[in-house]
Design a protein around this ligand. Structure first.
Ligand SMILES: [Zn+2]
Length: 248
């Protein structure tokens, strides 16, 4: 697979953050028009436009991500949801490969420079109850990607809507981004529709024989060192779990 291209990710604009009770979402990229962030290449057959992002989290540090690398789960995970160019979410979700989600694992860090949520985190305080919204200006989606976004795992998944087979292409980035303890705590204070705090992740499901492709340094290293590729692929099957995408 070739390298993924992230276009207009360095642009900035206004987005709306919302507590949906099932995640925290960021939307409004459609209004960015020609500045709208897009992805292509990296094994994708189409160009996809950023529709929204959302964050899943757990109530303690050992859980929260919907994917695991090795046996390691992360306290939170970001999903950048892209739809096939020329479609809206509704029509894209009915197409094979209509939706492309880039998943970024979020790790806790005490390194203030590494923290990607300094700008956005203050707004979390306004989102405590379901339906709460906050406008965020000059938001650049670049901060949602790790410095090195080159390495990733790829598999196809499905929507929970009946009749939608394999409509979601998943790209799981190998490198995580960082969040501070303070901002992670603010996320954990967000309430669901029952007015209580809760986890917003879905536990990983076994891969069930799904094929995972990798544009990964692990694979690359195995390949470059002349080892058989079976080592790399066995490793990958073990490390990635299939997860069901939930539209939020
Ligand atoms: Zn999600």
């Amino acid at each position: 697979m070739t390298k993924m291209k992230y276009m207009n990710y360095e642009m900035n604009g206004t987005i709306e953050l919302k507590n949906t009770g099932r995640a925290l979402t960021g939307s409004g990229f459609k209004d960015w028009k020609s500045k709208r962030p897009r992805i292509e290449a990296g094994g994708l057959n189409f160009t996809y436009s950023l529709d929204q992002f959302h964050i899943h989290w757990g109530l303690n540090d050992s859980v929260g991500s919907e994917h695991a690398i090795g046996s390691e789960y992360y306290p939170a995970e970001l999903h950048l949801v892209h739809i096939r160019e020329g479609h809206d979410f509704q029509s894209a979700s009915k197409l094979p490969n209509g939706i492309a989600v880039v998943a970024v694992l979020i790790e806790k860090s005490h390194d203030l420079i590494a923290n990607r949520f300094a700008h956005i985190g203050e707004e979390f305080r306004k989102l405590k109850h379901v339906g709460n919204k906050a406008k965020l200006e000059k938001f650049s989606p670049e901060i949602m990607l790790p410095w090195n976004s080159e390495w990733f795992y790829r598999y196809e998944g499905s929507m929970t809507t009946p009749g939608c087979e394999e409509s979601v292409i998943w790209t799981v980035l190998q490198k995580p981004i960082a969040i501070s303890q303070d901002e992670l705590d603010l996320l954990r204070e967000l309430q669901n529709e029952k007015n209580v705090t809760s986890r917003t992740y879905r536990p990983a499901q076994p891969l069930n024989g799904r094929r995972v492709l990798a544009h990964s340094e692990f694979y690359y290293e195995a390949y470059m060192s002349g080892k058989t590729s079976s080592h790399a692929s066995t490793f990958l099957v073990l490390v990635i779990f299939f997860t069901i995408f939930v539209a939020v």
